[in-house]
Structure formats: structure tokens, C-alpha cells
Design a protein around this ligand. Structure first.
Ligand code: HPA
Length: 271
């Protein structure tokens, strides 16, 4: 796996030369619009990188953008792969490890999530305080990649306190209501049942999704600072009478577009 990630990084370097991203941003389902405001220097489709995992879901176009945002060197991963597509957790986090190998020290992980906390509404933005990854495989299963990090990495502060503070103060100054909570990752691809959502609620989850926790684990393992932001695109199963649909998820992510972009703008500029 390490060799595969190194090869991907080498192949990207052939395209981006000396460019070294400082901050990486992973844009989730329907949240790709942030990419439009980047001063793009290099753009690379995932499908042009040998051995790189490719997303198969509609609305998850897969490419890396390398360039500048507010004077900072950034790498944006527009689209990601998920375990429900048949990838292992270790394959799903390859983009994170490759971004680390390219030099990124901080990663902002974004996703669409279902709201479990009753005070949330579709269109809300939630800062991830912590996560629950008990229902998914660890991306660190298998021989440890010593070059990246320790066999038994500490997970007591996955979402970096300074970045959380930074996100909260940016939201405050922009008068954006930023909810905060615990994100639970499930395997999917089916949405949860109401009973599963009740169980997650008892466990302390505020939002649920199918990505991000594995990425955060891989990022912390590799020594990156992590910031996590969820856009609440729907209330989770059983919280409303209407059935869940991917269409609703995409539509509601658009509703949050403006504030999501303003928030990311402020965070990237103040990191
Ligand atoms: N559940 C799981 N993943 C999701 C949801 C949900 O309700 N909404 C967006 N991604």
C-alpha cells in the first residue's frame, strides 16, 4: 500500500513539479463548488493517476486541483471513494496519504451528513468535534506503514483543537451558525434504519455519514492536523416522515453552498 501511495505521489509530482500543497481540502457529496474559487495551477483527474481509486457515484466527480487560495498553497480533492463502492478502508484513504506525501500538513475534511441531533436542520453546517468509527474497518488494518506513523496512534484529539477554535471564530465573525457535534461513519450504501439512528443517538452521535472518519484516522496516523465539517443535508432516518434520497442530499447541499464556501474561505485564510 505504501508503495502504491508513493507511486501515485510520484506520478502527481510529474504534473505539478515543485508545487507543494500546505493545506488539503477534501470536498464531499455535492460540495464541489468550493473548488470554483481556487486559483488553479494544475488539475489532474484521478483516472489519470495509475493505481489511484476512482469514484463511481454520480455527483462525486474525481479530480485533484492544485493551486492557491488566499495566498495559501492548497490541494483540493474533488470527490472521494467510499468503502461501499467495494474499496477497502485502506484504499479509500489513499488520497489522504498521497496528499501527505505531497507535503500537506493540514487537511480539511468535508462531507454531507444526516442530522441526528434534534436541534439540527437540513442546510446546517456542523463542525466535527469527534467521531465514532466503531461500525467500519480501520484504514490502518494490515502491516503498519512505519514511514507514515505509529502502529497504535492516539485518537484522543483527532480534530485539532486549534482548528476547531479557528472554525468557530471564523463562523462567529461571519455570523454563520456553526453547530458542533460527533460524526458517526457507517458503511452504507443504504441509508440507516430508524432503529439504527436511535442506536447511534444513544451512543452520542449528532450526525451520520459514509466517509470522513476513516480519512481522519489515516490523516492523524500520518501526523496531519484535521478539521472536519459536515453539511447536514437531511434529517436522519426516522427523524421525519419522508424517505431519504440522494437527490435530497444533493439539493440541500446546494442550499448550504454560500455559507459553506464563506466558512471554508475564512478557515483556509486563517489557518
Ligand atoms: N446517512 C448516511 N449518510 C448520509 C446521510 C444520511 O442520512 N445524508 C448524507 N449522507
Amino acid at each position: 500500500m505504501y508503495r502504491k501511495c508513493l507511486n501515485c505521489a510520484e506520478s502527481i509530482k510529474k504534473n505539478i513539479g515543485e508545487f507543494k500543497p500546505e493545506i488539503a481540502v477534501v470536498l464531499g457529496s455535492g460540495l464541489g463548488f468550493f473548488a470554483d474559487s481556487i486559483d488553479v495551477k494544475f488539475s489532474l483527474n484521478y483516472s489519470d493517476i495509475p493505481d489511484f481509486p476512482i469514484s463511481t457515484v454520480k455527483g462525486h466527480s474525481g479530480k485533484f486541483l492544485f493551486g492557491y487560495y488566499g495566498g495559501r498553497a492548497v490541494a483540493v480533492a474533488k470527490g472521494r471513494v467510499h468503502c461501499y463502492e467495494g474499496y477497502s478502508a485502506a484504499e479509500a484513504v489513499m488520497p489522504i496519504r498521497v496528499l501527505r506525501l505531497l507535503g500537506a500538513e493540514t487537511v480539511i475534511l468535508t462531507n454531507a451528513a444526516g442530522g441526528i441531533n434534534d436541534s439540527f436542520n437540513p442546510g446546517d453546517i456542523m463542525l466535527i468535534r469527534d467521531h465514532i468509527s466503531l461500525f467500519i474497518d480501520s484504514p490502518l488494518i494490515g502491516a503498519n506503514i512505519d514511514e507514515l506513523g505509529a502502529r497504535f496512534p492516539d485518537m484522543s484529539g483527532v480534530y485539532e483543537p486549534r482548528l476547531k477554535k479557528c472554525a468557530s471564530s471564523v463562523a462567529k465573525s461571519l455570523e454563520i451558525t456553526l453547530k458542533e457535534g460527533v460524526y458517526a461513519q457507517l458503511k452504507g450504501p443504504q441509508y440507516e434504519t430508524p432503529a439504527e439512528i436511535k442506536a447511534l443517538e444513544v451512543l452520542g452521535a449528532d450526525a451520520v455519514g459514509m466517509s470522513t472518519a476513516v480519512e481522519a484516522i489515516a490523516a492523524v496516523h500520518a501526523g496531519m492536523k484535521v478539521c472536519g465539517i459536515s453539511v447536514i443535508t437531511n434529517m436522519a432516518a426516522g427523524k421525519t416522515k419522508s424517505p431519504l434520497s440522494h437527490k435530497e442530499v444533493i439539493e440541500n447541499s446546494k442550499k448550504a453552498e454560500k455559507n459553506f464556501c464563506r466558512l471554508l474561505d475564512g478557515i483556509v485564510k486563517s489557518i
